[in-house]
Write a protein that binds this ligand. Structure first.
Ligand SMILES: NC(=O)c1ccc[n+]([C@@H]2O[C@H](COP(=O)([O-])OP(=O)(O)OC[C@H]3O[C@@H](n4cnc5c(N)ncnc54)[C@H](OP(=O)(O)O)[C@@H]3O)[C@@H](O)[C@H]2O)c1
Length: 284
């Protein structure tokens, strides 16, 4: 991340605070708040920031990619499914991303994670930030139901993918003088729930990966953040063993809420570090 980008980010953060102060005097309803958030993400605050979003084809990763596009970031988008990724890249282009790069990638494959980062550097010359939202859950998730294979799959997708991406991106971040990694863990790593032992164990593992990386890389200007969302209305919810009641889903976070939290972190100046950010549905 270049110095001017950091200065711009600092100025923008200050500007946002002023606007927040102004807003505290009015009586805007929820819709106004959503509009405000959209406006803020459209102010090109991340113009030219080179961001790699892994897990970008759906849910939170998709919403983050589109918010980043509107904020002017240069995007590299990754997920396994080529079609979904191409659709998000096309929408990101319409939202304002100059030439988003879509790289179909299985992040559980170490070599593929390396190729992904190399493609981003090849296109944009550097990487300033990684947003790692890759993750999944399985219906047969209780201790009794897990098998060696399903446990291994959960570890691979929820934890090893984040490790592969981290190890691949850190040299590129160092090369650029520093940068950020934002990991999406889950509220399941903060307050035990019925998401299953493999989900809770792997999501807790991401926390160790993030904090350990921060301690090792802080001197190189790298900052890591873990976001812990609660229930969010995305396709992943369909993987629950029993359907989530519509009245519960109506109270869930929207993927755009998580995207807004991630953009908040990415907009902070290099001197500011958010180790953890908890984001829960207020009524669940
Ligand atoms: N939804 C919730 O209630 C909730 C709550 C807390 C935390 N989370 C976490 O939030 C993150 C995003 O989840 P979401 O709800 O947005 O789910 P989602 O809509 O299912 O999105 C998951 C994304 O990860 C990608 N992905 C999965 N396996 C991959 C792999 N091996 N390599 C590369 N990409 C892969 C998927 O694309 P492909 O399948 O095409 O690869 C997709 O783009 C996950 O880490 C999840 O655990 C979700």
């Amino acid at each position: 991340m270049g110095m001017s980008t950091e200065r711009d980010a600092a100025a923008d953060a200050g500007e946002g605070n002023d606007r927040d102060r102004d807003r505290s005097h009015d009586h805007s309803d929820g819709r106004d708040q959503v509009r405000d958030l959209e406006e803020r993400s459209r102010d090109r605050a991340l113009e030219g920031r080179v961001v790699l979003v892994a897990g970008a084809s759906s849910g939170m990763g998709r919403a983050t990619a589109l918010a980043l596009a509107a904020a002017g970031a240069s995007l590299t988008l990754a997920a396994r499914g080529e079609e979904g990724l191409a659709a998000v890249a096309a929408t990101a282009r319409r939202e304002g991303a100059a030439e988003p790069l879509a790289v179909p990638t299985d992040a559980t494959d170490r070599a593929a994670a390396g190729r992904l980062v190399a493609a981003a550097v090849g296109r944009f010359g550097r990487v300033d930030a990684l947003v790692a939202t890759v993750g999944t859950n399985i219906p047969r998730r209780t201790l009794g139901e897990l098998t060696e294979a399903s446990w291994a799959e959960m570890v691979a997708i929820n934890l090893s993918a984040a490790f592969n991406l981290t190890q691949a991106v850190v040299p590129a971040l160092r090369e650029g003088g520093g940068g950020q990694i934002v990991y999406v863990s889950s509220s399941a790593a903060k307050r035990p729930d019925a998401s299953g032992v493999a989900y809770q164990a792997t999501k807790a593992g991401v926390v160790g990966l993030a904090h350990g990386t921060m301690e090792e890389e802080r001197a190189h200007g790298i900052r890591t953040t873990v976001v812990f969302p609660g229930l969010t209305d995305t396709p992943m919810v369909l993987k629950r063993p029993t359907p989530t009641p519509p009245e519960t889903l109506a109270l869930a976070l929207q993927p755009e809420d998580v995207a807004a939290a991630i953009l908040f972190v990415l907009r902070l100046p290099a001197r500011a570090h958010v180790p953890e950010l908890l984001l829960y549905p207020s009524r669940l």
